[in-house]
Ligand binder design. Sequence first.
Ligand code: ADP
Ligand code: MG
Length: 619
Amino acid sequence: MADIIQLLPDHVANQIAAGEVVQRPASVVKELLENAIDAGSTTIKLIVKDAGKTLIQVIDNGKGMSPTDARLSFERHATSKIRSAEDLFSLHTKGFRGEALASIAAIAHVELKTKQATEDLGTLIEIEGSVIKNQEVAVTPDGTSLSVKNLFFNIPARRNFLKSQTVELRHIIDEFHRVALAHPDIAFVMFHNGSESFNLPVGNYRQRIVHIFGTKSNEKLVPVEEETEVLKISGFVGKPEFAKRSKNEQFFFVNNRFIKSAYLNHAINSAFEGLIKEGSYPSYFLNLTVDPKSIDINIHPTKTEIKFDDEHTLYAILRSSVKHSLGQFNIAPVLDFDRDNNLDTPYGYKDMRVANPTVEVDRSFNPFKEEQQVSRSGQVSHTSRKAPAAQWESLYVGLESKGTKDEHSFSNMEFESEPESNTLFAEDKDIKSNQTTYQLHNKYIISTIKSGMMILDQHRAHQRVLYEGFLKHLTIKEAVSQQLLFPLTLEFSTSEMDVLRQLKEDLEHTGFIFSSFDTEQLEITGVPVNVPESEVSIILEQLISDVQQEVPDSNFSATDLLVKSMSKSLAIKTGQSLSAMEQEHLVNSLFACKEPSVSPNNKVTFVTMSVDDFDKKFM
Ligand code: ADP
Ligand code: MG
């Protein structure tokens, strides 16, 4: 038989490899920014159009390339950064695989302009789908400009697979933040569709964070500094009372490289234990410096995960230092100034228990009793709800549509009338004569129905009720607002404000009234009825985080997301005890909904069990 194995042509191999390096426009941004940093640039400019689908351009003032290097840089495994395998263990550059430019050139239209400071003239190269279209001598400033147009032009499936502009831009901004945070000594500018999104001058680390996340972040930063034989930590954690509903202010950098590590993240969370409530996440911006020999960054193609030689030690040191900082800056209730000697001799750790700074525990703290929840700093936390009795009015939301009850398909679900038969506990009958519902574990509501019983998830059911109520307001655009006595001023980072700006109109339709909408601050003079003022910042934060994190599908609708997010924030939580009246209202309002059987996120809101089902169980 004839031989059948062939070597793939280079452009095919490159296209395949590209799949691994370039998942989306943000991957290109990351690679180009990293190349600019490796080239020793002090100013880097990122220009993006249409969330990277039309153009991604990075202009740097780094060392540039010679004409030959410029040509070679597009070859696969062509790199100036390592020469042998040993070099992998002493990496001081971001790149080393020599794959990025080859991959990008395989799936886009690329134009490179580059010049070394010692030369008068530079080089221009144009490549489309790995094919060189043009190479010539060019007049261009010192440094390199690389522009990537029409990404995935030759892989339509990939192009169509890209998410909405909002999502892709979010990913780009995330990469930009990561790179910019790792290098406060380099100036960065970012433009999107012609307008400047970020302008980050050279500064110290704190200034860089504030430039990115807004002026309000300054007051929340607590410095963390620690130096041991194996590890140097520097950076900041956010004060517990500023903990966010989203995880997008959590950054670890190892030797100036952004990494993800669930394990180290856990170390931070455990240092914050008892200081922040569930569902909130501490902010952190931490730089770890370790011996390059002790890590292996080669295990993940996009290099955001790394392997440490001695993770346990890092964990212990990190946790202790964060606790120490929180204590020292008077954030944890009990101060512990005694520096832990173990920190200097980490190798002894393995047989030793880490002595953690003591934290005074509020034994009466009950995470489920939200109305009593006071954050440790003494501030009443935002979510603190009024006593349930004062809250039950919100159960009426959506009840207006009760009149239409008969139209929906659940009209055949008859609720059982007052039991006529002798009850087992006759004396109870007088007290709870009308009660047809019962709350189980502050989570489920059990109600008797003609065929048996129904068990309802209180949180999901209420979400449905609120969701339909808000939707109704939105569609008829006649939301009822309640005027605030004093305008409420809230601060957000510029990118958070961008998200809110997109949703401004919808927010107004639900009942929000904004009196100003600046770059980092907004002022609210009216909120939807049934939205307590104390919940407003939580709702907006939750909303931002939902928009940023939910990777919406093609039929992504901002309105729907807004309404879902608001209902989620405001719905009665699991753990909240409800009076008989509240339980009954919830049941009634749920069945007044158009689609009572599922929550806005398509989760089942109630199940039924018939007497037959029970009979079977008792057989
Ligand atoms: P890697 O960064 O892994 O080496 P790349 O494909 O990203 O691989 O880049 C290939 C080579 O091109 C780099 O090693 C570097 O020598 C050169 N290069 C890429 N971008 C720049 C730039 N902005 N300035 C100077 N040289 C660059
Ligand atoms: Mg590179």
